[in-house]
Design a protein around this ligand. Structure first.
Ligand code: ACO
Length: 311
């Protein structure tokens, strides 16, 4: 890179402008974006599975229609994000192979099972709630295609969060067994949802650079704090208990105090040893193989169209 190109890039970042696909950018910036955006896309696609599991068993036609729409939204988010990553010079095929070969990361959260209907509520409320906290600031990410994709994604995520809250609220207004089911789901999803924000700031190797490049606007711990601030009053409104007896607001420090997160669980999941890692990847591989005929037919159609155009 010559100094002029670097200076132009630095100016764009300093001015809070956007870097666009055709602009020169440092290789490390490109790589970081491919890493983050592709991981994010994979998370959306793998994230269809825990809820897809309940589409055929949703308790009413209305619930089924809502859940179906939500899972379709997630597919859409994945596709937007793969497209944004493609503008950086990686192909969809390469990203897909990184995922199905087990080389790519995707969010830790999607490696937990969904044994009850209340899990649909807890995922919407906690998982999509955490996703919104993390993703609203990404709407201002310095890379144009990523930031713009996040705008629509966040609108849909906020609908997802409300539908989850409403599922839990309905259960909490039901029978004792329904309330117990809702509380059990909250107990199981609470800690994993806090882990979604990533390792603590002093163990987050990518943060400093991503913040300097204005991809990240807040640190992992800052976002976790914001999330707690959102959850506590909502838990009260629902009548559920957050499963951390230590959780309280420290007025002097102006922050939430809590029991230390069990990071060994997080690292086990990242190493592929979570409860559902193997199942999630196998399903994705099977879906890819089952879709081979569609890809072949599309390629053949494109070939024929091109041949017709030539004649
Ligand atoms: N699950 C899996 N891996 C994670 C998680 C997580 N919850 N949190 C952090 N990691 C990984 C990082 O990807 C990084 O690994 P890598 O260097 O091999 O890529 C490593 O742990 C260290 O973390 P950080 O240095 O903090 O990484 P980073 O600066 O990228 O921050 C974060 C992590 C906050 C997840 C960031 O990448 C991000 O904001 N991503 C976009 C949002 C996203 O992907 N959401 C997906 C779930 S939400 C949904 O799909 C509904």
């Amino acid at each position: 890179a010559d100094a002029e190109q670097q200076a132009h890039f630095d100016d764009l970042i300093a001015a809070d402008s956007r870097v666009e696909p055709r602009d020169w950018m440092p290789e490390a910036y490109r790589k970081t974006l491919i890493r983050q955006i592709s991981q994010h896309a994979h998370s959306e696609i793998i994230g269809m599975q825990p809820e897809g599991n309940w589409i055929t068993r949703a308790p009413s036609l209305k619930r089924k229609a809502i859940l179906l729409a939500k899972v379709q939204d997630e597919a859409g988010h994945g596709l937007y994000l793969y497209s944004a990553a493609q503008t950086l010079g990686i192909t969809r095929d390469e990203m897909t192979h990184q995922l199905i070969d087990g080389k790519a990361k995707y969010s830790s959260i999607f490696n937990y099972p969904t044994p009850t209907w209340a899990d649909m509520g807890a995922i919407g409320w906690l998982v999509d709630g955490a996703a919104i906290c993390n993703q609203v600031p990404l709407c201002r990410a310095s890379y144009g295609p990523y930031g713009r994709a996040m705008v629509r994604i966040c609108k849909e995520e906020s609908f997802h969060q409300r539908q989850g809250f409403e599922i839990l609220l309905t259960l909490m207004q039901g029978t004792d067994a329904q309330r117990a089911m809702a509380q059990d789901a909250v107990d199981r999803w609470y800690w994993p949802s806090l882990m979604m924000f990533g390792p603590p700031d002093d163990a987050s190797p990518n943060s400093a650079r991503s913040t300097a490049w204005k991809i990240k606007r807040f640190s992992n711990d800052e976002l976790r704090q914001r999330f707690l601030g959102m959850l506590v009053p909502q838990a009260e409104a629902l009548g559920v208990t957050l499963p951390d007896p230590e959780l309280h607001w420290d007025e002097d420090a102006q922050r939430w105090r809590m029991t230390e997160i069990d990071w060994s669980e997080f690292h086990e999941i990242l190493a592929g040893r979570g409860p559902m890692n193997a199942v999630r990847l196998q399903n994705r591989r099977d879906a890819h193989e089952d879709g081979a005929w569609v890809r072949e037919a599309a390629a053949e159609y494109a070939r024929k169209q091109a041949a017709t155009a030539e004649n």
